[in-house]
Design a protein around this ligand. Structure first.
Ligand SMILES: [Zn+2]
Length: 377
């Protein structure tokens, strides 16, 4: 029984170890391996084990191939006005990095949306993240001012209304240093987004140094090229948006047309429906990464009647409570599988991924703590 931590995912693409069983490709198995985050190395897929009870955490929610977070910098009124309804219509959520001291005023000569608009955005499922309070370059502030800038923003944010726990920080102008990241961690931020270009790997080496991809001047086809690359590489794409407006009379640096944004959102929706992409705010993806990389899975018992295991996490349960996508091997004879999670009265919805001669795979979502019981029927 190799019900280790999340090694089936974390090391599947790394060097082989003796614990990794080589398994042949099969139609259902290939899909399952993909869902487990395993990868082909020289034409061979790897999976840690295939006995009943073997469980793995998917690299991305819903076993998507890649994650995408849309982040809108600076809180511009025009950007919010042109993006909110298309996102709501597509049942997608994004992150607005808002400099709170500019709310209801302007930044770079461009109007910033007022408080009531941010409350509405939060109520409609968007993440409002930090872009500092004053938009000062955080790494240039003396220690007390750095603390004050972030604390002022947190105070404003807490008054916005219920939203996801664990705020994220998008560094004004992209600049930061160790003092900034240490202070952000101390104040409870879960991630920091920079402006260095590129795709983040599934386990970014530093969640406070996240790379992003500027969208300026990209049309719908150009935007799709970025997400296609992310899907091919299996990483986390963070899109860096600024002004979304019909015209750009001031020649502002970073501008996209609303029609291109709407086409992009529709494409993202199709990719989500095809289980190619997981589209979620910065906050959700950052929490998923932390939980996925630290959750421990311990077998309690495995019998023909039930598979029981325990999930434990050392992370703060008040923040890191996002369900993870798990896949478990059960006997093929379990044509119906019931999943019970100790912290909920209700059964957890389980997707049957199919069976070969003796084994069946089921997929479901539970938060990274508590006891999980799978049983037939
Ligand atoms: Zn900015």
């Amino acid at each position: 029984m190799m019900m280790g931590s999340r090694d089936p995912v974390g090391t599947a693409c790394g060097p082989s170890t003796s614990s990794i069983a080589r398994v042949a490709r099969g139609p259902w198995l290939a899909a399952a391996l993909l869902s487990l985050g395993a990868c082909g190395d020289g034409g061979e897929d790897t999976l840690l084990c295939l006995e009943p009870g073997c469980t793995a955490v998917a690299t991305w929610q819903g076993a998507a191939k890649a994650a995408v977070s849309m982040v809108f910098d600076d809180g511009y009124q025009s950007t919010l006005d042109h993006t909110l309804q298309p996102l709501v219509d597509a049942r997608l959520a994004a992150t607005h990095a808002v400099p709170s001291a500019h709310v209801g005023a302007e930044l770079e000569g461009i109007p910033v949306a007022p408080l009531a608009d941010w409350q509405r955005a939060v109520a409609l499922g968007m993440e409002v993240g930090s872009h500092g309070s004053t938009h000062a370059i955080l790494s240039q502030l003396p220690a007390e001012q750095l603390t004050k800038d972030l604390e002022d923003w947190l105070q404003w944010w807490r008054a916005l209304g219920a939203q996801r726990p664990g705020p994220t920080l998008t560094y004004p102008t992209g600049r930061y240093d160790d003092k900034v990241t240490q202070e952000a961690r101390r104040l409870g931020f879960v991630a920091g987004r920079a402006t260095g270009s590129g795709l983040n790997p599934p386990s970014p080496p530093d969640l406070f140094a996240l790379a992003s991809q500027g969208t300026s001047a990209s049309d719908a086809a150009g935007l799709q090229a970025f997400t296609d690359q992310a899907a091919a590489a299996g990483g986390w794409l963070i899109e860096r948006w600024h002004l979304v407006a019909e015209t750009n009379p001031t020649n502002y640096c970073c501008w996209n047309r609303p029609a291109d944004f709407r086409a992009h959102v529709q494409q993202l929706r199709r990719d989500v429906d095809a289980a190619t992409l997981w589209v979620a705010p910065l906050n959700e993806v950052a929490r998923y990464v932390r939980e996925r990389d630290t959750v421990r899975i311990r077998s309690v018992s495995t019998s023909p009647q039930a598979i029981v295991f325990a999930l434990t996490s050392d992370l703060d349960a008040a923040v890191f409570d996002l369900p993870l996508t798990l896949t478990t091997v059960v006997p093929a004879s379990w044509t119906q599988v019931r999943v019970k999670w100790s912290e909920s009265e209700d059964a957890v919805a389980a997707e049957d991924l199919g069976a070969d001669g003796t084994r069946r795979l089921v997929r479901y979502r539970v938060a990274p703590r508590g006891r999980v019981t799978l049983s037939p029927g």
